[in-house]
Every structure is written in C-alpha cells, then in structure tokens.
Design a protein around this ligand. Sequence first.
Ligand code: HEM
Length: 410
Amino acid sequence: MNEHVQPASSAPLFNPLAPEFIRNPYPHYERMRTTDPVHLTPLGMYVASRHAEVSLVMRDKRFGKDYVERTIRRYGPKIMDEPVFRSMSHWMLQQDPPDHTRLRGLVVKAFTARRVEDMRPRIQQVVDDTLDRIIPQGKMDLIEDFAFRLPVTIICDMLGIPEDHREAFYTGSRDGGRLLDPVPLSPEEIKQGNASNALAAMYFQQLFDLRRKSPGNDLITQLVQAEEDGSKLTNEELTANIILLFGAGHETTVNLIGNGLLSLHRNPDQLALLKARPELITNAIEEFLRYDSSVQLTGRVALEDIDDLGGKRIPKGESVLCLLGSANHDPAVYPDNPERLDITRPNVKPLSFGGGIHFCLGAQLARIEAEIAISTLLRRIPDLRLDDAVNAEWRPTFVLRGLKRLPASW
Ligand code: HEM
C-alpha cells in the first residue's frame, strides 16, 4: 500500500479501531503474521492472521457460531433482552446447523450463479441511468452518488421493495457497521442499534402484510409464504433475515467498488492497463477483493477443545477472529509481493467472502455489480480524476472497510 508505515513495536498487536489501524491495517497484519499468528487479545479472543489458520477455522466443523452463548459471555445474561441482539441472533450468519441449513435453504436459489447472470442487463441499466444523470455535472462523490445506488437498487428489486418506498433507503444512514466490530458496544450504541432495528422491523412488517395480500415475484413474498406454512421459519426469523439481506447486500458492495476505485487510482499503471485491456476486469475484481477487502474479519467459536491451532490451544467456547484481509496478504499464498496491486496476478482466490457453510450468499452478485460498475465508469468517463487519492477518508469501522467519500471530477 502507498501509506506503508511500520507500526511501533510497542503498540498493541491488535487494536483495530485505532485510527492508524483503520487507515492502513496491512503493516499491522504483517507484524501479527510474523510475531504471533494466533494472538490472544486482552479481551480474551484469539486472532488468526495467516491464510492457513483463517481458512481452516472457517471450514472446520469443530468451529461454529454459538452466537447467543458468546454474546452472553461478553455482555452478561440480560443482553438477549436487547431487541437488536435478539434480532441478530436469528440471522443465518449467526446460526449453526440445523437452523443455519434451514434458513439458508429458503433463499439460496435466488443467488445461484445462473440467476445472478440473468440480472446483468438490469445492473447495466442502473449504472447507465446513474451516469447519464451525473456526467453533465463534471464532478461527484463516487461513494454517495455512484457506488451506493447500485447495490441498494438491486437488493430492493430482489426483496420486492416498491419503487416509491426506496428514497428512504437511498438517503438512510450507513452507521450500522459498528454492530459487527469485535469491540463491545457502549450503552448509547446499543440504544441506537435498537432504534434502527425497530424502524426497519416496522417497515418490513408492513411490507410483509402487503405481500401476503398481493404477492409478487420476489424474495419477501417467497419468505412470507414459507412463514405461513408454519414449520419453515418464524416471524422473528423472517424479519431478522430480511434485515440481514438488506444490510449485507449493500454496504459491502459499495465498499468493494469504492476500495477498488481508490486502489486503481493509487496505482496509475494498473488503471492504464485496465483501460487498455478492459477484458482484465474479472481478474481485477478478484485482485481488488484480495488487495483491500471490504470485509476484514469474520469469526467462529471453538465447539470443542482444539489442541493445536498455529501452535496455540483453543479451549471450547473461545472465539477465534479470522482476519480475512491479513490472510489475503499472506506471502505464503501470494509469494509475488502481496502488498502490490496486480490485476493480472494469477490464481487470486481471496478469502473476502468467508468460507465453509457461511460462504457469502451474495458473492457472485457482488462480483458482477462491481465488474459492471467499474468497467462502465472507466469506459464512460475515461478522464475521471480523484480529487485526493493520497488522503482517503475511511469510515471508522473495522469489519466493514470502506470510504466515507471519494470526490472525483472530469
Ligand atoms: C463485496 C461484497 C461482499 C463481501 C466482501 C461479503 C462478505 C461476506 C462474508 C465475509 C460473509 C461471512 C462468511 C463467513 O463467516 O464464513 C458473508 C456472509 C453473507 N453474505 Fe456477503 N459479502 C458481500 C456481498 C453480499 C451481498 C451482495 C449479499 C446479498 C445480497 C450478501 C449476503 C450475505 C449473507 C446472507 C451472508 C450469510 C451467509 C450464511 O451465513 O450462510 N453478501 N458475506
């Protein structure tokens, strides 16, 4: 990365919300991989930073989510009375089999590679409409005006959110990311989380009623019908997983587009290469995912005592955080300078979408959205320049890594 400053050797190894960590986590990751690759933090969590352990933990059945137990251990027994934590406990992302299998099975068909391929013309149309509106202005914020609209529109299409309800989602806050960070939330943040959760739940309950009366060809109709069946999912699970799909479906993709565009502009040779050879875009997207992943971490809990994970013993019930961004920069897997952006790099297989049974449901959708968004932007505004590619402003969250804004002009 351009901002390659070595962390002081006395600094804590893993301090993910420190401003210098957020600005550029990669030197910190390098230090973790080389000095303590399965690091026990003062908060009692193990942090895996090498590709080998990250990849193993996500796939090994001796690890699971155990969300309720883990959250109670961190916050105390009353935490599950907080609506936002109750809601998250029903996300498929936080469930172990058999509940995970049941919930994922209800929606998986909408995300198959084939179904997503069929969405290409619609994705292209949304990108073109956005650019038609913006090009005459001569400048924009690539995050707010460009990257944000596409995934929100597409997930609204998939869920069946009527066109005239969408303005609130385009202008809504993007502050939910703190809920995912591996540092306990303050009472104020829990209050805010409860309020946004209540607002979303209220909106979706009304939409569920509408779809019970007038079904559509969309995911909400499909899930409402499964709920009416009585045995497939409860009303709480329905609401929670729609909120998950809505959130997971946009913030991450906005950040893939934003982080990808920033890294291209910080590496003008790669930008010129992609403009000259647009067919490299598919590999370029994999490299963007590897180089600066929009999701930096996922976690698992040891469901039994683990004798040896990278030289450490992990007792049953303990959490292991998997640093996806660090695994993606591990020289053991990417021997040809992992800190360099190389859109022609062979065998790029980033762990940015996780792994095992929780492997990201929207991976193929996100790839195609980013591919169409970035290649169309480069083709239609070839003289676009970032106002300031050096001093990027990052959002203050760690799990979700993305920019606050990315002003550009042409
Ligand atoms: C660049 C974009 C994206 C990234 C980097 C990303 C990353 C991830 C990661 C790391 C996980 C957790 C995997 C694990 O713990 O093993 C995940 C799960 C998930 N993602 Fe994504 N995601 C992206 C886009 C999307 C989109 C567009 C959608 C939906 C429209 C989506 C829906 C989900 C869902 C539902 C899960 C939970 C799956 C499960 O638990 O079985 N994601 N994603």
